[in-house]
Structures are given as structure tokens and as C-alpha cells.
Ligand binder design. Structure first.
Ligand SMILES: [Zn+2]
Ligand SMILES: [Zn+2]
Length: 320
């Protein structure tokens, strides 16, 4: 069976194909890369001990005089302050000092430190003159666009709201005009009521697989109410750390060493009350091809409900 589905959040269209025979996909093995046997690599610019190999540091979290997570200027920035047309700042967030760390094996403390660097860098960059938005994202493995193995995220501030976020804002405002209701809150409430696509339902966040997305097995983590990056502390931070740690453990059990992207969408300025902060986690098991590029139609062959069954985790930490 084939049908077109529309992603309510973005307005994207996707072709959903239900496969007759569902063959389980093989797990992806760790790459045979010697540098991943150790938490230090002599040529890696992001490793502790190689600080001289990178640009200026902008922030660090440290313990016993040593940094555990830090941010540095990007050596090859997508934007800088040299143009009036498009400008902003591009930094790299080194999630952990451990060269061979990754989201599948990072400790709660490592996630905590990483989110604390996210908060610090976002707050500083978003408040610079003329800046309207800042995206935080992560590429994991070469298939997702990463050029270095060492675990890192990136933040880019911009004088404009990027088109991908603008699409979501347009969906939100169109929906409000037609229905006088908040689309993001409706999506959250419907997923909770429906239950079948929920991976996790907590006090501050939910994780689910949307019924329509152009990316196979995309996972979305939504703040259930108004939460901003500045709120990534205390209880909220603890739950976020728990969600990431538990979710990526499940992803690893299901898929192995899966390449993926993470993007964090925060409310654009002035939309803090209606736009719910959320993460997109996009597996990159398959690449896009000519059909997707020529039509902007993506084909999804996985069943959200079935995928959810393998990823679901419990609120109670002791059960995990
Ligand atoms: Zn390294
Ligand atoms: Zn989004």
C-alpha cells in the first residue's frame, strides 16, 4: 500500500509504503578504526592535550582543573561577521574530552556537561547584536556529514530565522488562523492520547515517532510546555539527560552503531509562548537519491508503531 502523508509540524509531504515482507535490518557494526580504541588520539584537534590545534576556546565545564566539555570557534565557519547579508557565529561544542565517546556510551554526567555548554553558548550567541536565531545540531559519523570522529555538536547563530524553522513557524501560524489552537500543543496532546507512537512520556518531555515525517524512523523529543534552553538545569536537565541516555541505549540495541543527525529547534524570538522547543533525531541508515532531490518527496518504508515498540523505555530509572 502507498499513501501520501503530510507532516503537520513542517508541511513536508512523504510517500509511505507499507512493505509486504518486513525483513529486519542488520545492526550496524562499529567501524574498524584504531583511533576509537582509546580516549586519546594524537592527531585529533578535539582531544584533551591537543588544545593548541584548535581555535580559541569560548567556554568550558571543568572538574579538578581539567575540562570535561567545552566550546571553541569553528576553524571553517559557515558564517562569520564579515558580511552584512548573512552573518553570525559558528562554534564547535566538544561534548566530552573522550575521543572514543559517543551518544551510545556517554555517562549521565557527560550529557549533563554537554547540555550545560549548549545553554551557555546559546545564551551568549542569541544575545549578540542583529542575531535572530541559533541552531544547535550534531552529525554523527561520516554518513551524517561529520568530518571528525571525536564527539561534537555545533552551534550557528544567524541574523535570520533559517528556512527549516520558518516552515514550522508557518505551519504553526496557519493552524492558529484556521483553528484558533496551538499546533505544537495539539501534536503533543494527540500523541499522548493516542499512545501508540510514544517512546517516552515524562513530566517535562515526550519522545515519539511522528505518523508522518520524510525521514525514516525520525524521533522527536518535545518539551510538553514552555521550556527554553535557559531552563536546562535542575529537574528539567535531569530528565533531558535521562531521555537522551535511555533513548540512545535503545537505538543502539535496535540498530547498532547508527549514523544520525540531531537538531534542536528553539522558539524564534517573540514566539516563546507558542513554539515548543524540540529535538529531531534523524537516523541516516539510508542516503537520499535522485528521486528525493528531484521531487522533494521522500519515501518512508518503516511503520512508526513497530519502530516505537523497540525503542520504548520506562520513566522509572531502576526499570531501565
Ligand atoms: Zn579526539
Ligand atoms: Zn523542528
Amino acid at each position: 500500500m502507498r499513501e501520501v502523508r503530510i507532516d503537520k509540524l513542517t508541511g513536508d509531504k512523504a510517500i509511505y509504503v507499507s512493505m509486504r515482507s518486513k525483513r529486519p535490518l542488520d545492526k550496524i557494526k562499529e567501524p574498524d578504526d584504531e583511533s576509537l580504541n582509546s580516549d586519546y588520539s594524537s592527531w585529533c584537534p578535539f582531544c584533551a592535550g591537543n588544545e593548541h590545534m584548535v581555535e580559541e576556546e569560548t567556554h568550558r565545564v571543568q572538574k579538578d582543573g581539567k575540562w570535561t566539555s567545552r566550546a571553541v570557534m569553528n576553524k571553517f565557519p559557515a558564517v562569520n561577521y564579515e558580511s552584512d547579508d548573512i552573518f553570525g557565529r559558528h562554534e564547535v561544542i566538544i561534548e566530552t574530552y573522550r575521543h572514543n565517546g559517543n551518544f551510545f556510551d556517554m555517562s549521565e554526567q557527560e550529557f549533563r556537561d554537554m547540555f550545560s555548554v549548549y545553554r551557555n553558548r546559546y545564551n551568549e550567541l542569541i544575545n549578540e547584536d542583529g542575531i535572530n536565531y541559533a541552531v544547535i545540531y550534531k552529525n554523527f559519523q561520516r554518513a551524517s556529514g561529520a568530518s571528525l570522529n571525536h564527539p561534537h555538536s555545533q552551534i550557528v547563530s544567524l541574523n535570520m530565522v533559517p528556512p527549516e524553522v520558518e516552515k514550522e513557524v508557518n505551519s504553526l501560524t496557519d493552524y492558529y488562523e484556521k483553528n484558533k489552537k496551538n499546533l505544537h500543543q495539539e501534536i503533543i496532546d494527540q500523541e499522548i492520547k493516542n499512545k501508540s507512537r510514544i517512546i517516552y512520556d515524562g513530566e517535562h518531555f515526550i519522545a515519539f515517532i511522528p505518523d508522518a515525517t520524510r525521514y525514516n524512523e525520525e524521533i522527536r523529543i518535545f518539551a510538553k510546555y514552555k521550556i527554553l534552553i535557559d531552563d536546562f538545569k535542575g529537574d528539567i536537565l535531569e530528565e533531558l539527560v535521562f531521555v537522551f541516555k535511555s533513548l540512545f541505549k535503545r537505538v543502539y540495541e535496535k540498530d547498532g552503531y547508527l549514523p544520525f543527525n540531531v537538531t534542536l529547534h528553539t522558539p524564534p524570538k517573540g514566539m516563546e509562548d507558542e513554539f515548543r522547543l524540540h529535538f529531531h533525531i534523524i537516523p541516516r541508515r539510508f542516503n537520499f537519491g535522485g528521486f528525493e532531490l528531484s521531487s522533494n518527496l521522500f519515501v518512508c518504508s518503516s511503520d512508526p508503531e513497530q519502530t516505537v515498540d523497540k525503542l520504548r523505555f520506562n520513566k522509572n530509572r531502576k526499570d531501565d
